[in-house]
Design a protein around this ligand. Structure first.
Ligand code: AVJ
Length: 321
């Protein structure tokens, strides 16, 4: 299929390609710690399935966050001020930023994502919605080439936009590292708009990760297909989805349960999994405002204000350096 045309106001830069996965390290982690990394969810099919999750009735996160953005876009734009460079890591199809771009009159909008296709589609959308807005699309894997993004961007005070509660995939320690990287990305006088899921009734949390139509289960099991596509041999029928809320740790824990003895092989590696074992694939932390304030403070960010919905299910907060 041919690439869609890139509009004139849009600059596309490819900084890295998704090929450089260290698969042996991934399998070593499976062998030694019964862990697989959450980013393996996101191949093309996985990104599509995540999109489908966001429209299940149980998965309130995306819907709630968008309602907050819609309701408070003007107030947020006012708080951040106009003429800034808005940067969104992991932007995907850029649909959340669109709420703000109409009000914030940015110097430019910069979308960073490892997956090029949704960015391309978003570019057309943004160009028709905001014909005068310079848009930069950076195809990049943040693991490696984050520092290089500075080379491509116009000079202006920055806002880093990190919605979706993706910060919840990290352990608190990793989250501090990540927020510190976002602070370097934001630069001098940089600000941050961070979306995060709030603590609530565990039955609501667990329902959001166990939707009745099984979309989340399919999303979870797609990770096995992704591994197979990368050359790993395994039998997907030996794995089932589970997601439970751990109150103590304040997080949803997603695990693949082994229902029958099975073997995973990759090159020289042979990993035997017994019935009843479980493989940890994802954390989704649920925060209080105080938890987020503290994590961000440890990374050098000061909480300024936050916006939430009527039920206080989700929040977006503004931080300054
Ligand atoms: C994309 C990380 C925000 O943790 O809620 C959804 C991913 N995993 N259902 C989340 C996810 C299972 C999602 N984030």
């Amino acid at each position: 299929r041919a690439d869609p045309p890139i509009p004139a106001a849009v600059t596309l830069q490819r900084l890295s390609t998704p090929q450089d996965i260290d698969l042996d390290k991934v399998l070593q982690d499976l062998q030694l710690h019964r862990r697989l990394p959450f980013w393996l969810f996101y191949d093309d099919r996985g990104s599509e399935l995540f999109r489908q999750i966001t429209s299940t009735p149980e998965y309130y996160l995306t819907r709630t966050e968008k309602s907050i953005l819609q309701r408070y876009a003007s107030e947020m734009a006012e708080a951040f001020g106009r003429g800034r460079l808005w940067i969104e890591p992991g932007a995907g199809c850029c649909d959340k930023a669109a709420y703000l771009l109409s009000k914030a009159e940015p110097r430019a909008y910069v979308a960073i994502d490892i997956s090029e296709e949704p960015l391309q589609v978003a570019a057309e959308q943004l160009a028709s919605q905001f014909p005068d807005l310079p848009v930069y699309l950076l195809v990049a894997d943040f693991q490696q080439s984050f520092s290089r993004v500075h080379e491509f961007l116009p000079a202006a005070p920055r806002v880093v936009f990190y919605p979706g509660s993706s910060v919840g995939n990290f352990t608190p320690e990793q989250a501090v590292d990540w927020l510190a990287r976002l602070r370097r990305l934001a630069g001098e006088n940089g600000e941050l708009l961070l979306g995060f899921d709030l603590l609530k009734d565990p039955s609501l949390l667990e329902a959001a990760y166990n939707d009745a139509d099984g979309v989340t289960a399919e999303f979870h099991l797609n990770l096995l297909q992704h591994l197979q596509d990368l050359g790993v041999q395994l039998d997907p029928s030996a794995f089932v989805h589970s997601a439970v809320f751990n109150r103590q740790a304040s997080r949803i824990e997603m695990r693949l349960q082994i229902t029958q003895e099975t073997v995973v092989t990759y090159q020289q590696r042979r990993i035997q999994l017994r019935q009843g074992e479980q493989i940890l694939t994802e954390y989704a932390y649920k925060f209080s405002l105080e938890m987020i304030r503290q994590l961000a403070a440890d990374a050098g960010w000061q909480l300024q204000q936050h916006w939430t919905d009527d039920k206080q299910w989700f929040a977006l907060a503004r931080f300054t350096c």
